[in-house]
Design a protein around this ligand. Sequence first.
Ligand code: CTP
Length: 402
Amino acid sequence: MKKTQTMAGRKRILLGVSGGVAAYKAAELVRLLVKAGIDVRVVMTEAATRFVGPATFQALSGQPVYTDLWDARIPDSMAHIELSRDRDLVVVAPASANFMARLANGLADDLLSTLCLARRCPLLLAPAMNVEMWENAATQDNVRRLASQDVGLLGPAAGDQACGETGRGRMLEPAQIFAAVSLRLGPKPLAGKKVLVTAGPTYEPIDTVRGLTNLSSGKMGYAVAQAAAEAGADVTLVSGATALEAPAGVTRVDVRTAREMREAVLPLARNSDIFIAVAAVADYRPAETHAHKLKRGAGSMTMELVPNPDILGEVAALKNGPFCVGFAAETENLQAYAQEKRRKKNIPLLAANLAQHAFGQESNSLILFDAKGEHELPLAPKLVVARQLLDHIAAMLPKRAR
Ligand code: CTP
């Protein structure tokens, strides 16, 4: 196997080993990682040491192995903080049902669970357990909770188990885990790409103090901008009025009306690789904006509305334009309306949600519609969903050269 990292840019992972027969396979995983030039620090639970001795991991990783929250080798009893701070990734393989249950509930009662809770870097788990344990509703509940906490799961696979039963619950083979880890540590999927995002509501003035707007908080669009920046992109966020801070490293352009948003977006879009239209743009604006506050009159009042430009539609129609992603907030008939909208707008990807479940909320669930069909992103914090959306976009990109 070729060494992919130089010493200077050497990737660092913390491998957690929890209690299970598959712990012996973690030894092979350490060997593969070390051989590829990755710095591996191993932390074991007490139960794991009953299956494989720390000396095995110490010899394979060439580093001390840690098992104890109060390890005297780490100053100030801060092993749970110190051991993960210089790491790019934490991988727990095998992750037992008990370890996953503790993690899903935020328990921190040994070194490995505590450092997982205190980590700043991503966390991947390779579950390993008996098929009944895996299929148990409690475990499946924990799996969903972990997914909503942005913990990645590798496997498990189906097949013969150490207990003699057959089914899903086998840990992935070390080579498969190694491949997933290498992918995760590789170059960021959107490095070198320019991403343009719209977010928030537009405000269409009626007079100097009143206007038409909607309930969009901007949270989903800001999460998308942050996820794109995390994926290595150069991100510009064109935002309607929101109460939010721009994510770190993202350039924000503030606008108020749909027409201002269009003016900001079009020139930027010509120079972008990806355009993600998350903004809730008002489809209509008052035909006339009064230059002073309107006075109450007798009887009813009629206001003429004229259509606003369709910003996403215009960007999608650009020659050599960016890869376009639309959002659709429907209140009913989600599937039918969303596929129809994707075709009408002539865009490769549309993310749809039920408006009543998304506007102003902290969490969201999306259904992605592309030429291949549907792909569901289950309910999770908006940033978690946004990261999954960006992964989906990144996977679609190479098939469509600009
Ligand atoms: N959009 C836009 N410019 C507009 C209106 C919408 O760029 N003037 C974008 C939104 O940011 C979103 C998508 O288009 O990505 C929504 O499509 P649209 O058909 O306008 O959705 P709705 O406004 O929800 O349409 P309808 O009211 O017909 O359901």
